[in-house]
Design a protein around this ligand. Structure first.
Ligand code: FDP
Length: 374
């Protein structure tokens, strides 16, 4: 199959180099698609259609994950992050090929048939172990501080499959992860995070990543070869600002019954003709704010509808990504990055989105009906 460069030079998948004037760009065959490993810019769509032999620019879009991480990220953190991306690749494949009944979705793991959330948990632990740099890991499925590699430089907390109650409906689901330095995942706050990510298993598989050494949040797209272990991640978007706009995702809506502030906030959204965009999966419901560059997601509590989102596995990593992307986060009075994580079970309210919307949440909902679990 031939690809045509911007200058009319014909290239074939598998060719080592594309040459355009003075600019030389490496071209890789990735699952039948062409991606670049230089700093040259290739839009996701164009990467599927052609190798555009334009001069390299400072923009990083189109780069392979491995090349992008190598530029500014600590080598051990790079290993840790790449191991998580490998796990997410496997999880994406297992989800796509799962069989579901009314209760659960299943797939094979070696000789076993496992519920998909347990399988995702295993894939994460296996890949983190293989990285050799992870001291401790903890997951929503295995909520203890589990020693992985003695002397490892980082620790990882993750929700292997967020949105498990909507997986049977074929809605988008996700994986959330946060990486802290050292070997402790308690006695910390989100301020200590050095990386966090949201994998979205939808029609496309993407991971939104923030990592120490890079200023913003970034989307990587899996250019798949439809197997569990192969395929490349390429950088497709940079998220650096979230502006004001009328889009809302109201989690835990049952709390409006005995949280007057939340009831008034939802009424405000309705009166002001906000667009409702809510799936019931926190990963896509939050990630859409970055993609659209506007909006708000919230999940407040009330005396009878308590907060269920865990700070270690969900709230803190999401706060880190959103704040790196230019959004705000709040538990009703402070950034979610300041919530003390005394144990793995700490839960909290959360609101993330544009500065104005998060401020409105603090003013109208605040903490009057919230009893922190720390
Ligand atoms: P799920 O229980 O399906 O895993 O974090 C858990 C979560 O999904 C979030 O993704 C979602 O925002 C929230 O729960 C939805 O909770 P309710 O179904 O209780 O409204």
């Amino acid at each position: 199959m031939a690809f045509v460069s911007g200058s009319g030079v014909a290239l074939r998948v598998g060719e080592a180099r594309a040459v355009s004037g003075a600019c030389v760009t490496r071209v890789h065959a990735a699952g039948g698609m062409t991606v670049r490993s230089s700093r040259a810019r290739v839009g996701a769509g164009s990467a599927l259609r052609m190798a555009v032999a334009e001069p390299a620019t400072a923009a990083d879009e189109g780069m392979l994950l491995e090349d992008w991480l190598r530029l500014d990220v600590d080598p051990a953190l790079d290993k840790c992050v790449r191991s998580i991306f490998s796990a997410c690749k496997e999880i994406a494949y297992k989800i796509r090929t799962a069989s579901c009944d009314k209760m659960q979705c299943f797939n094979d793991f070696g000789d076993e048939q496992l519920a998909i959330d347990l399988l995702a948990d295993k894939a994460m632990f296996e890949n983190l172990t293989a990285s050799g740099v992870v001291a401790t890991a903890s997951s929503e499925e295995t909520p203890v501080e589990k020693e992985i590699t003695p002397g490892g430089k980082y620790s990882v907390a993750f929700d292997p499959l967020d949105g498990s109650s909507i997986i049977d409906t074929n809605f988008s689901v996700g994986t959330i992860f946060g990486v802290w330095p050292g070997s402790k995942l308690t006695g910390i706050t989100g301020r200590g995070l050095v990386a966090a990510g949201l994998a979205v298993y939808g029609p496309r598989t993407t991971i939104t990543l923030s990592v120490e050494g890079k200023p913003y949040a970034y989307e990587f797209l899996l250019i798949d070869d439809f197997s569990g272990r192969h395929g490349n991640w390429i950088l497709t978007k940079t998220f650096s600002t979230v502006t004001e706009g009328k889009l809302f995702a109201p989690g835990n809506l049952r709390a409006v019954n005995d949280n007057k502030g939340y009831a008034a906030l939802v009424q405000f959204y309705k009166d002001n003709k906000y667009q409702l965009r809510y799936t019931g999966g926190m990963v896509p419901d939050v990630n859409q704010i970055l993609i659209k560059g506007k909006g708000v997601f919230c999940n407040p509590e009330s005396p009878t509808a308590k907060a269920k989102l865990r700070v270690l596995y969900e709230v803190a990593p999401i706060g880190y990504i959103m704040e790196k992307a230019g959004a705000k986060s709040s538990d009703g009075k402070q950034s979610v990055l300041d919530i003390p994580i005394n144990n793995t079970e700490v839960k909290s309210q959360i609101c993330v989105g544009s500065a104005g919307e998060v401020q409105r949440f603090e003013e109208m909902v605040g903490v009057d009906n919230y009893s922190p679990s720390y």
